[in-house]
Write a protein of this length. Structure first.
Length: 120
């Protein structure tokens, strides 16, 4: 009697475990997991790259004209939506990544400018 209960319990656990795994897999599949997140990453990267390029060019311009480093003075940084396209998602999300990239590019321009002696 005891061994038959153990067999039934083991079979029930195996069945429940398999059903749970299938339900989890189906839920993940329904979310279009890889494509949706890859697209978002590509758009975030585009915003960051645009900002980094713009920040670098504005930073080099400031270094060459002997201006102090002040990213807040830059209009493109303040607006944060230079080269924005509606396919990139919301404008606010674009601004966050664009500004992060702008700060990195601007900082790199000043570091390289001082190293190369452009401030003289």
């Amino acid at each position: 009697m005891k061994s038959s209960i153990i067999r039934i319990s083991a079979a029930a656990l195996l069945t429940f475990g398999a059903a749970s795994a299938q339900a989890i897999a189906a839920t993940q599949w329904d979310r279009s997991y890889p494509q949706r997140y890859e697209w978002r990453d590509a758009y975030e990267r585009r915003a960051f790259d645009n900002g980094e390029h713009d920040g670098y060019s504005k930073g080099i311009d400031d270094v060459r004209h002997h201006r102090r480093a002040d990213v807040d003075r830059q209009k493109w940084y303040r607006k944060g939506d230079h080269d924005y396209d509606h396919h990139y998602g919301t404008r606010d999300a674009y601004r966050v990544d664009y500004r992060r990239g702008f700060e990195r590019g601007y900082d790199r321009a000043f570091r390289e400018g001082y190293r190369e002696g452009w401030r003289r």
